[in-house]
Design a protein around this ligand. Structure first.
Ligand code: NAP
Ligand code: HSE
Length: 432
């Protein structure tokens, strides 16, 4: 059988998974590719590190030129995280004539236009299925299978680390720091987990999906985003008692001719599909004008689910499918944006607000007065009796009717300045 030589740069969580799939299941990949995908060279940073996979002697080095100077290597899995040296490595690979497969969404969200331009100039391709939602084939679905549709909305749980933490906190009573440490141990988190928990990783993935699905040109850092790093257990418990689960949701939806986009911890009605996405699973709910609603669900982080997407991209690359798709892809092309971003302040929905307030006459009137003046209608209020009776402070939870982001953010600004409101107030959108 014909042999196509491939390279791997990066042999961490994902790179080791890719090596295992190619070495342990070569027959399977050969059957699907019609040729053997032969791991010719693997490049790492630190030759002294123990590896999670067994590679033949002499394959692993710390010398990238063993790939760039080898004309027999056609395709390379680029599995280095972060921006630099990941960007330089990708440029060197493209410039030495390699087609590249990557899982690095941070790199694409930041340097996508430069990298895609360079690949197009050089007649090379970049495949990136693993960059969003791990093992879920969402990139292929949006860019190919749904190409007869105008996507109307995309709502996703796109970060496995955050969903793992939220599930552990809600279901096991786990502490935030312990759950994050477990997610790191299990290989879900980024090298710098701040990017996971502050919503940046989710915004980077949403920016990629929105570029593909809507022709948006919004940079990930301009997407309004809130992470789970400031979430309090108290709010997880209130949400559960009210019949919701808290999920870090990414939303991109057309409102008329404009695109609403944001990332935020959100109260999602228990029993709805997104609310039931647990652990490191991700999900993307897509509505297309022809196809109607679709729901994709699968592991969004972790070694083998991510390697599954990378190896499928390697197969598509060596058989030539990626080259065809890449040439027609609108992503980071010179084409104009097809949609303008919606002014976030005008986006509508219901909201959850939680305060710690002084337990004395007139406080409720002060708070409802601010909300009423800003046109925010209250759907329900929960204020339990203080249990210890010593602090004189009680939690107050307000659920609003439909209102706007702008009105509720203005209300929070005013409410947190009231003398009766103690620090640590919270506002989150509600869905369902
Ligand atoms: P990782 O475990 O930290 O592995 C990164 C690898 O890159 C390491 O093997 C490291 O080498 C190598 N590396 C760093 N600098 C290098 C250099 N200058 N030259 C050669 N190799 C270099 O990261 P990971 O979790 O596998 O993630 C890799 C990429 O996949 C990231 O972009 C991440 O966002 C993305 N991703 C990860 C997951 C997941 O579940 N982990 C899921 C989807 C996407 P050493 O081992 O020698 O230090
Ligand atoms: N750190 C990412 C996550 C990896 O937890 O979702 C998958 O992109």
């Amino acid at each position: 059988m014909e042999k196509t030589k491939i390279g791997i740069v990066g042999l961490g969580t994902v790179g080791s998974g890719v090596a295992k799939l190619l070495l342990d299941h070569g027959d399977r990949t050969a059957r699907h590719a019609g040729r053997t995908l032969w791991v010719e060279e693997v490049v790492v940073r630190d030759m002294n590190k123990a590896r999670d996979c067994a590679l033949p002697a002499g394959v692993v080095s710390d010398d990238l030129t063993r790939i760039t100077k080898n004309p027999q290597i056609k395709a390379v899995a680029h599995l280095v995280g972060g921006l630099e040296p990941a960007r330089t490595i990708m440029l060197k690979l493209l410039e030495s004539g390699k087609d590249v497969v990557t899982a690095n969404k941070a790199l694409l969200a930041e340097h996508g236009p430069e990298l895609f331009d360079r690949a197009r100039e050089l007649g090379r391709s970049i495949a990136f299925e693993a960059s969003v939602a791990g093992g879920i084939p969402i990139i292929a679905n949006i860019s190919q299978c749904l190409s007869a549709n105008q996507v109307e909305s995309l709502t996703g749980i796109l970060n496995g680390t955050c969903n793992y933490i939220l599930t552990q906190m809600a279901e096991q009573g786990a502490d935030y720091a312990a759950a994050l440490a477990e997610a790191q141990e299990l290989g879900y988190a980024e090298a710098d987990p701040t990017l996971d928990v502050d919503g940046s990783d989710t915004a980077q993935k949403l920016a990629i999906l929105a570029h593909l699905a809507f022709g948006s040109r919004v940079h990930w850092s301009d997407i309004p985003r809130v992470g789970i790093d400031k979430l309090e257990r108290e709010d997880i418990d209130y949400a559960q008692n009210l019949g919701y689960r808290i999920k870090l949701l990414a939303v991109a939806q057309l409102v008329g001719e404009e695109l609403e986009m944001h990332v935020s911890p959100t109260l999602v009605k228990a029993g709805t599909p997104l609310a039931e996405v647990r652990g490191a699973f991700n999900a993307v709910s897509v509505v297309g004008d022809a196809v109607g609603p679709l729901f994709f669900h699968g592991l969004g982080a972790g070694q083998m689910p991510t390697a599954s997407a990378v190896v499928a991209d390697l197969i598509d690359t060596v058989v030539g499918r990626t080259g065809i798709t890449f040439r027609t892809l609108e992503l980071w092309s010179k084409r104009e944006a097809r949609v303008a971003p919606l002014d976030f302040k005008t986006s509508t929905g219901r909201f959850y607000m939680r305060f710690h307030v002084e337990d004395r006459p007139g406080v409720m009137a002060e708070i409802t007065g601010v909300l009423g003046r800003l046109g925010i209608s209250i759907a329900s209020v929960i204020q339990h009796e203080s249990h210890d009776g010593t602090t004189g402070v009680v939690p107050l939870v307000i659920i609003t009717h439909q209102t706007t982001e702008g009105a509720t953010s203005k209300a929070m600004e005013e409410l947190v300045r009231l003398k009766c409101v103690r620090p640590g107030s919270v506002r989150m959108p509600i869905r369902g």
